[in-house]
Design a protein around this ligand. Sequence first.
Ligand SMILES: N[C@@H](CCC(=O)N[C@@H](CS)C(=O)NCC(=O)O)C(=O)O
Length: 230
Amino acid sequence: MFPDILLYGNDGSCSFVPRALLNELEIPYQIVNLQYEAGKMEAADGSLSNEEYKRINPSGYVPALGIGATAITELPAICAFIARLAPERGVLGTNPIGQAKVDEWMAWLSGTLHGYCFAMMWAPRRFTEDQDAVESIREQGQKVVLECYERIECSMSGGSAVGDSLTVVDFALYMFGRWGTLRIGLAKDHMQNNYPKYTQLMREMESRASVRRTLDEHSLAVVFGRGGEV
Ligand SMILES: N[C@@H](CCC(=O)N[C@@H](CS)C(=O)NCC(=O)O)C(=O)O
């Protein structure tokens, strides 16, 4: 029996990851669609103001999960909570080393790639109040995102990030790779030529029914053609 789950999300954002995971594990949930306007998250249908949302997630970011009166925030914790509802699927790793590697990946993806590198590109105000510094922070952000992609590529050995089996990390990597192609404008052949193992993982993830369903639910474009080609 699953708890009642409310997922606070925003189209095109990292809330894609928990939604795809919920779909993959066939865990029922309700979605609260937030829109991001003038630096503030609030419900698209007007049912939740930014002040009210900040009582759920004090940072004002998506995603958040509402489980009754409890709110769970931060992508790694949200993914771990969802995964623990379906322990038989082993998506947090299937042995102590695998579990540690999943933790390592999620901490790095969240803290370094997302919270630092992508944030430099898209939220330079987190780093400076000096308007003159914004552009160079953005440029540096793009540089360090590419360094992260390089590190991801070097860490890949097979079809999954950790061992041979699907984990939450694969969903996160798919989403962070999408941003490279669709949001920072890297050509698909740049991804394919420079990060072939990472691109292969993205292609495999995008062909999963749960990921396709999540893309459709958010009306998001596929990175690869419907046939899976780059
Ligand atoms: N550390 C947070 C970061 C979440 C985050 O940065 N979410 C972005 C969307 S992908 C956001 O809500 N940005 C709004 C803003 O920067 O004000 C987590 O891992 O959940």
